[in-house]
Design a protein around this ligand. Structure first.
Ligand code: NOJ
Length: 585
């Protein structure tokens, strides 16, 4: 074990240049990660206590979803004070301790920045409510007069991402019906006016506050939505598109060119600091080519590759998006990122087995048509992760995917918390199913999430069987697979490598007509095979197996033949190294 540990930390340390180009970044959703206080909601001290597990997993950095002061109307994405920790999660001292403990383990910390909107409890919004139309206080947000007689129609027909209208009317100080304010999300999340220099200056202050504390970067929430089309035209989205964007005709509040100047400004600000601080944009943009505009050399450093996340488990589609991503990001000198799960989408250990469409953000419940057989979906998820982690660039993991956690479908209605559920009156389940507190110890209260046994979302029956302690020593577990993949990825430098596609038709034993079910590639000295088809394929002879997403099967017949090639079954990925390249680990 000692040697594995050493291998993990030889190629990338806290002083490595531009660490974000190749890093594997693990998303912590603090309220569901580990609860040290026993109140049923995860917290910063809980994270500190579990850092050794993350070091053992082998990740390079953590991204923490918001833990700042917030009424928690959207699980912390409604911030009331950007420069303090919500008591639910601890204190600034707890944050500093966590950061230092992570850095001591050579793990970097990225925090979530929510600049598109604040909470309605933010002092600025409270001041705006008390101030008159046209005042400087209102100009920090997007207030407009209504349409129609008496101004009782919203200024545009825009819908909120969470359902219902995107405008709410206020009552003026004198009790009369007043102006409307824009909220692309919940009515408790008023959008800032990014045309206002005071807003820009305030966010520079907030960036500096966290940079001075030592954070390594920011994940920028709704990075594609901060600037709105100044003409505020009516617009209706394509119902098939992801709720946070990605429509073929961009909405007047997504992808507006004005956002880029903000990121250039932030880029310059981060560059004043040492240590390659980085910005990662959450940008749901219509095409991968446009997504690359967010990571031009003087803008953000990374952006999530949601086009990859949304690609089905099909070889041709995957090859296309991988090529397109490397080309588009490469053209602007940025790394591609890769991601399969996060706190807004159905966990990929369920999603990859679904047969029906489920637009991002909608969520699924027990009545969803075409629910997968869990083992089948998990098998695909493991294969998908093994393919993803073989790719050059930076990869994001979402807490619990290393345990093979599925989406939780049977959350009782009264326990649901996602604003999507409320704003659509239960028509859309929303995102609670991927946010259930994760299991650590199978026999402990709340499966080790909280010593008190409390859990802000109920954990389903059998959750403990996924617990880390059951998987740690099991060589076949999903946790062991992730550890191995990360270990090999680091040792062979796959993050900084170059992808080359191999012709599966030239692999010995791959029958004609079968090659379209196979993806074969090399990166550094590692050869990766992915089999999507029902017929198992033989591994090229003489190769050493570095990692495999599932158990290989034995070739049938001729059991006494010594050169019997192991076979790669359906929905499986294997990493191989040739005998000339002595296994590094
Ligand atoms: C994107 C975040 O990931 C999501 O969880 C949140 O609800 C919206 N932005 C609004 O902040």
């Amino acid at each position: 074990m000692q040697t594995c540990h050493d291998a993990r930390h030889t190629t990338q340390t806290l002083t490595a240049p531009e660490w974000w180009r190749t890093a594997v970044i693990y998303q912590i959703y603090p309220r569901s990660f580990a609860d040290a206080s026993g109140d049923g909601v995860g917290d910063l001290r809980g994270i500190t206590r579990r850092l050794d597990d993350l070091a053992d997993l082998g990740v390079d950095a953590l991204w923490l979803s918001p833990f700042m002061v917030s009424p928690q109307k959207d699980a912390g994405y409604d911030v009331a004070d950007y420069c303090d920790v919500d008591p639910l999660f601890g204190t600034l001292a707890d944050f500093d301790e966590m950061l230092a403990a992570a850095h001591a383990r050579e793990i970097r910390i990225i925090v979530d920045l929510v600049p598109n909107h604040s909470s309605d409890q933010h002092p600025w919004f409270q001041e705006a409510l008390r101030a008159a139309p046209g005042s400087a206080e209102r100009a920090r947000y997007i207030f407009r007069d209504g349409r129609g007689p008496g101004g009782d129609q919203p200024p545009t027909n825009w819908d909120s991402i969470f359902g219902g209208p995107a405008w709410t009317r206020v009552t003026e100080e004198d009790g009369s019906p007043g102006q409307w304010y824009l909220h692309l999300f919940d009515s408790s999340q008023p959008d800032f006016n990014w045309e206002n220099e005071e807003v820009r200056e305030e966010f520079r202050r907030i960036l500096r506050f966290w940079l001075d504390r030592g954070v390594d970067g920011f994940r920028v929430d709704v990075a594609h939505g901060m600037v709105k089309d100044p003409s505020f035209p009516d617009w209706s989205p394509n119902p098939e598109a992801a709720s946070m964007g990605g429509d073929s005709a961009p909405a007047p509040y997504w992808e507006q060119p004005g956002v880029h100047e903000i990121y250039r400004d932030w880029h310059r600000l981060l560059a004043e600091y040492d240590g390659d601080r980085a910005l990662c944009g959450e940008a749901w943009v219509s095409t991968i080519e446009k997504t690359a505009l967010w990571v031009r050399p003087d803008e953000m450093h990374q952006t999530f590759n949601f086009h990859y996340l949304e690609t089905p488990w099909e070889p041709a589609a995957l090859r296309r998006i991988i090529d397109d991503s490397l080309r588009a990001f490469g053209a602007v000198g940025a790394p591609s990122t890769w991601v399969l799960s996060n706190h807004d989408v159905v966990r990929h250990a369920t999603r990859l087995g679904l047969t029906a469409e489920n637009p991002q953000g909608t969520g699924i419940g027990p009545d969803f048509p075409g629910l997968p057989e869990p083992q089948h979906a998990l098998r695909r998820a493991r294969a998908a992760t093994a393919l993803m982690l073989a790719l050059p660039g930076s990869a994001y993991l979402y807490q619990g995917e290393e345990l093979g956690l599925p989406e939780v479908l049977d959350i009782p209605d009264e326990a649901r918390q996602d604003p999507t559920w409320f704003r659509t009156r239960g028509e859309r389940y929303g995102r609670d199913g991927c946010r259930v507190p994760i299991p650590w110890e199978s026999d402990a209260p709340a499966a080790g999430f909280s010593s008190s046994g409390r859990s802000w979302l109920p954990q389903p029956e059998g959750w403990g069987t996924f617990a880390r302690d059951c998987q740690r020593e099991d060589a076949g577990s999903t946790l062991s697979l992730y550890r191995r993949l990360l270990e090999v990825r680091r040792a062979y430098g796959l993050g900084e490598g170059t992808l080359r596609w191999l012709d599966p038709g030239e692999l010995p034993g791959v029958a004609e007509g079968q090659s379209e079910d196979v993806l074969a590639l090399s990166n550094q000295d590692v050869v990766v095979l992915a089999n999507f088809g029902a017929t198992p394929i033989p591994l090229p002879p003489g190769r050493h197996v570095l990692a495999s997403s599932t158990e290989l099967v034995a070739e049938s017949g001729a059991p006494d033949r010594e050169d019997r090639a192991p076979l790669l079954p359906q929905d499986a990925v294997v990493w191989l190294v040739s005998p000339e390249n002595v296994p590094l680990i």
